[in-house]
Design a protein around this ligand. Sequence first.
Ligand code: AMP
Ligand code: ZN
Length: 461
Amino acid sequence: MSKLYLHDTLSRKKKKFEEIKPGEVGLYTCGPTVYNYAHIGNLRTYIFEDILKRVLKYNGYKVKHVMNITDVGHLTGNMDMGEDKLEKGARREGKTAWEIAKFYEKAFINDLKKLNIEMPDKWTRATEYIDEQINLIKVLENKGYTYKTSDGIYYDTSKFKNYNKLSHLDIETLREGARVEKNEEKKNPTDFALWKFSPHGKKRQMEWESPWGIGFPGWHIECSAMSMAELGDNLDIHCGGIDHINIHHTNEIAQSEAAYPDKNFFNYWLHGAFLNIQGGKKMAKSDDNFLTLQNTFLDKNIDPLVYRFACLQTHYRKPMEYSEEAMKNAEKGLNHLKNQFRNFGEISGKVSEEFKSKFLEEINNNLNMPKALAVVQEMLKSDLSNEDKKATLLEFDSEILGVGITDLDIKVGDDIKILEQQRLKARKEKNWQESDRLRDEIEDMGYIVEDSKDGMRIIRK
Ligand code: AMP
Ligand code: ZN
């Protein structure tokens, strides 16, 4: 079996994957802050992580996957300033912060299911690990890494050697980035809150007693405390989007390795590139018009797995640009694949060892999904029997791709409906040339057009 290679942000290299405990992998993926719907940019990162987990399993590893739900402590400014995003969401919707968290957590899980993303073995909610977070802060306090300001307990980043080891930026550049939010009481701009006090004379909806006063944990401490609590000695792989490198993950490493210097806080760090909107701008929750799975796919009757398929066509370390055009092409490609699968007849063949090993080589080369999809195409064009093609495609899809190849219910999307209306109009106007052109266009998208004297019928190929 070919070896698995993964690109590690920490060493900036593609490294052969070696687990800590034989045959087991601990995987921690930073989860959502549940104050709003996930946008399809966030979902791109979760799709990449799902592929990683499936690839690990396909290589025979037993994976323990933990994902957090940030339901407290993530402030609107990333550097411990501003309002708690959950409390802000609660104000926006006239609900409690707890209701907001519950509602958006459910919406998030629904999105994952629609994208065929396997559920983690363990969900960890920040509000359910307050003791673990307090204990970790106590360890840091005992070791002299903390100091107190008027609004909380802070981590002194100047005391941690190699604070920049994940970002590979010089300290001054990191400090410059952190100066965006001014906090005169911090010793260094990169210092961050471990525990924040509830504002004087004001009761927060989410707050807890602590040795330092009533308040709530900072955002970074949750991932350190929860990953160590749940993965114990299996601190193998930690993932997130690239925006987490310079602050969130840098701070997680600083806290965890300051508290427990004898072991690496995760051996491999993998980061997914952004989904951008046209023009190269990052899709962000703070922009109010972000795209969700609901408004971009489900409302338009487009199968969400079209998005998954589109994501697989770009390597996870490369930026991807969203456009309707790209989604239309992905829909066409996916429908074509499903039609081929359907037309191969019974599933009575066997998986081709030759193509399985080619496929494995690509997915094991730092999850090169575009190349893995090229292997799928090569296999489909090869002289394998239809039965073997069907069995091979089925295995690739059920184990890794997850694009729902067996789902024969191809939806007639809005695009087709629009073309249908245009063609009916052309026919009424006896514009046969346009009518033929539109028929070709619909057929190119994987459908058959049948004309009758009463109108026309569009069916799957
Ligand atoms: P958040 O809910 O903002 O903490 O983000 C959840 C996950 O989505 C994190 O791993 C982020 O790094 C990632 N993320 C945020 N914006 C984007 C984007 N535009 N494209 C891809 N991933 C993103
Ligand atoms: Zn995290």
